[in-house]
Design a protein around this ligand. Structure first.
Ligand SMILES: Cc1cc2nc3c(=O)[nH]c(=O)nc-3n(C[C@H](O)[C@H](O)[C@H](O)COP(=O)(O)OP(=O)(O)OC[C@H]3O[C@@H](n4cnc5c(N)ncnc54)[C@H](O)[C@@H]3O)c2cc1C
Length: 411
């Protein structure tokens, strides 16, 4: 990390396992003395300017990440999906977030979530505030990268004071940070949703991956969707390219053909602290937790047989962790199909509910290559490592999904 003579690192960030990069400290500082700064791999850490610092220690005393996990064990668990097909199609999983958000917006409320915004030729993953339905699609869908939250904390604080319903969603560490800031007892219509999370890569690495695709194709990338559903629920992405004549084209990105997506899923490129994440457990920070219901076909075949839930469209698990979570579902969850399940069932194929991700065995190599040769180096390394498999993936991805499933079953 770069330092100038007036800067020191705060919050024990020298030890990268103790900072999740949420940026709450920057929002709390009464002297505006803390900035988030990238380390050599683009992961963001707080740096304090000692000339401005008055040593009030608000940043240290309110760092939720350094405290015990104050989350709660789920009271109820459901298998679920949104009834509205359009909301479901735009979402990564069962569309739970979109269905709840829409009801909150219709009640005159405000919703906070992660968007990919285009600014100065870059795609920036950051949390934004929305208060109308037209903007909902931009905060639907999973962005597999750290979403910047520094600037949003002050907005949440302001919104809850209006007394209108406010919904904040994010990774468990982001939700814990917001709960450290907002005294929920004072604001009965303030709700939080944490997503099940395996970890987040750095913003810079994501942007460099996108630049690499732009260089290869000579086109501008205007969007990336990590969970594209045109071929059903699963792990398939898409990149939207803009051609020089202004026309746009969306190209599907199967996991194995994308170095970034693959390295994300194999836990090679997360922030250091994600590998020891205290929130990867049954104790949850949000009023409710949402995630994919992987393994639903074995856990609840009955829900699929009578078509109450459709695995082609996306199915989620919902953990209801607090009395407020129950209120959120009863008041704003009327557009959800809710079917009883259990933590044991929902967590069997979703390991991040019981333990943090294991560090990928190539992580150190990859980060070194990135430091020395940029993302282009990673791309070269990945292609070399995959070798002839890349051609096989190419053929595999041209087989219709139903036939792929049959072939997998028979193999
Ligand atoms: C980095 C990451 C890792 C994940 N890991 C898992 C996992 O291991 N197991 C699992 O079951 N599910 C995981 N998910 C969650 C899953 O992909 C779905 O987002 C979730 O099931 C919600 O689906 P949905 O259809 O209800 O809503 P969607 O519309 O798909 O999700 C939108 C919600 O996700 C939030 N969100 C999207 N990207 C980010 C981000 N970068 N940072 C913070 N919040 C974000 C939005 O604010 C919004 O609340 C992960 C998501 C992310 C972003």
């Amino acid at each position: 990390m770069q330092k100038n003579s007036n800067d020191i690192q705060v919050m024990l960030a020298e030890d990268k396992t103790t900072c999740c990069g949420c940026g709450l400290c920057t929002a709390l500082c009464p002297k505006d003395a803390i900035r988030m700064q990238e380390d050599k791999n683009g992961y963001r850490y707080p740096v304090i300017n000692t000339e401005l610092c008055i040593k009030c220690k608000r940043c240290l005393n309110h760092c939720a990440y350094k405290k015990e996990n104050s989350g709660t064990v789920p009271l109820e668990v459901f298998a679920s999906s949104a009834k509205d097909k359009q909301l479901l199609q735009q979402a990564a999983s069962g569309g739970i977030f979109g269905a709840l958000a829409l009801r909150i917006l219709n009640a005159g409320g405000t919703v906070f979530g992660s968007a990919l915004e285009q600014e100065n030729g870059k795609l920036i993953p950051r949390h934004v505030m929305i208060n109308n339905q037209a903007n909902l699609p931009k905060i639907q869908g999973s962005k597999y990268v750290q979403s910047i939250t520094d600037d949003v904390f002050a907005l949440v604080q302001k919104e809850v004071q209006t007394g209108k319903p406010v919904l904040f969603s994010g990774t468990p560490c982001q939700v814990d940070a917001v709960k450290e800031l907002i005294d929920s007892q004072k604001y009965p219509d303030f709700y939080t949703i944490d997503i099940i999370c395996h970890g987040v890569p750095s913003v810079r690495m994501f942007q460099d991956y996108i630049s690499e695709q732009e260089k290869k194709t000579g086109r501008t990338v205007t969007d990336m969707k990590f969970r594209e559903k045109v071929k059903g629920w699963g792990l398939k992405g898409s990149i939207t390219y803009r051609f020089p004549d202004g026309s746009v084209k969306r190209k599907l990105v199967p996991v194995n053909t994308s170095s970034y997506y693959r390295l994300f899923l194999t836990s090679e490129i997360y922030r250091e602290n994600c590998y020891q994440c205290k929130y990867a457990s049954q104790k949850r920070t949000g009023d409710i937790t949402i995630g994919d219901y992987w393994g639903i076909e074995n856990e609840h075949p009955e829900y699929l047989q009578n078509e109450q839930l459709n695995p082609e469209e996306g199915i989620s698990c919902i953990l209801v962790n607090t009395a407020r979570g129950k209120k959120l579902l009863s008041q704003y969850g009327t557009d959800l199909t809710l079917l009883p399940s259990s933590f044991e069932k929902a967590s069997r194929k979703n390991e991040q509910l019981t333990r943090p991700s294991h560090k990928g065995k190539n992580r150190e190599t990859i980060l070194k290559i990135y430091e020395q040769h940029g993302y282009h180096g990673i791309e070269q390394w990945y292609l070399k490592k995959q070798g002839a498999k890349v051609i096989l993936y190419w053929f595999w991805n041209r087989i219709p999904p139903k036939l792929q499933k049959k072939l997998k079953k028979n193999s």
